[in-house]
Design a protein. Structure first.
Length: 247
C-alpha cells in the first residue's frame, strides 16, 4: 500500500519550501551585492558626470547613457592627482594649501584628523587590522572579539599602571563593525585567534550565526585520520587547555 495522500501533500509542501529557501539563499546575497554595487556606481555618476566637460563626455555623442562613466573618470582623476602631487611642484602646491588650511581654526582640526585617518588606512606604510583576538569585556567572564591595531606608545602607555606592554585594540559592534570602541589592553590579557580579520568580521556582523571553521580542530582530526595538512598550527595559537595567566 502506498503512503496516505495527506503524507504525500505534506512531503511535497516541505520540498517546495526547501526549494524556496534554497533560492533565497542563492539569490539574496547576489541580489544585494548587485544592488549595492549599482547604487554606488549611480551615486558616483550623479556627482561626477556634471563636472565632466561636454567635449570629453561620450554621452554627448551617443544616444544612450554610459553607466559607470563617472566612476571611470573618478579613478583616472585620482590617479592623475596622485601623479601630479608626486613631483616637487605638486608637493609645493599641497604644502601651500595645507598652510592656508592650518590657519583656519575649525577646518584645521577636521582636515588634520581626516588626513591622518586616510594616511593610516590607505598608505602602504600604515598598519591595518591584521589579526583578531579575544579580550574579557565588559567584565570578567564575558569575552568579545577585537581587532589588534598596534602597540600602544606615548603618554597612554606611560600612564597605565601595568608592567606588561599595552596593545591598542578595536572592539567592533554588531551588526555594524565600522563602529566600536578603542581599548588599551595588556598583552597578557589578549588571546589571539586563528581566524582572519574577514572571518571575525563576518562573525560579528552575523551576531554569531556565521562561525568560521576551526582550523586547529580540523588539523587534529586530519592527523588522527593520517591525512597530512600543509598549514602547520602556529606555535602561539591558543588552545582549550592553555589559558593566559591572570594577575
Amino acid at each position: 500500500m502506498g503512503p496516505p495522500e495527506s503524507t504525500t501533500r505534506v512531503s511535497g509542501a516541505a520540498r517546495l519550501r526547501n526549494y524556496l529557501l534554497t533560492g533565497i539563499i542563492v539569490a539574496g546575497p547576489l541580489g544585494i551585492t548587485l544592488y549595492l554595487t549599482w547604487s554606488f556606481i549611480r551615486w558616483v555618476d550623479d556627482w561626477v558626470k556634471p563636472l565632466i566637460p561636454t567635449v570629453y563626455n561620450p554621452e554627448h555623442y551617443l544616444p544612450f547613457a554610459v553607466p559607470g562613466l563617472g566612476l571611470i573618470f573618478s579613478v583616472v582623476g585620482l590617479m592623475l592627482l596622485g601623479f601630479l602631487t608626486a613631483n616637487i611642484a605638486g608637493r609645493t602646491i599641497i604644502s601651500y594649501g595645507e598652510l592656508i588650511l592650518g590657519r583656519m581654526p575649525l577646518i584645521r582640526n577636521l582636515y588634520q584628523a581626516l588626513k591622518q585617518i586616510f594616511e593610516t588606512v590607505l598608505s602602504q606604510r600604515g598598519q591595518s587590522f591584521k589579526k583578531a583576538a579575544l579580550v574579557e569585556y565588559p567584565r570578567r567572564g564575558l569575552w568579545a572579539i577585537v581587532f589588534l591595531a598596534t602597540d600602544t606608545v606615548g603618554e597612554v602607555a606611560d600612564k597605565m599602571p601595568v608592567d606588561d606592554s599595552i596593545i591598542s585594540v578595536f572592539l567592533p559592534t554588531t551588526p555594524n563593525p565600522t563602529s566600536g570602541f578603542l581599548l588599551f589592553v595588556p598583552r597578557k590579557d589578549v588571546i589571539p585567534l586563528e581566524m582572519t580579520v574577514e572571518e571575525a568580521a563576518k562573525l560579528v556582523i552575523s551576531a554569531g550565526l556565521v562561525s568560521p571553521q576551526y582550523q586547529a580542530k580540523t588539523r587534529e582530526l586530519a592527523a588522527g585520520a593520517g591525512v597530512p595538512l600543509d598549514t602547520p598550527e602556529p606555535a602561539d595559537a591558543p588552545s582549550n587547555e592553555r589559558r593566559p595567566e591572570r594577575v
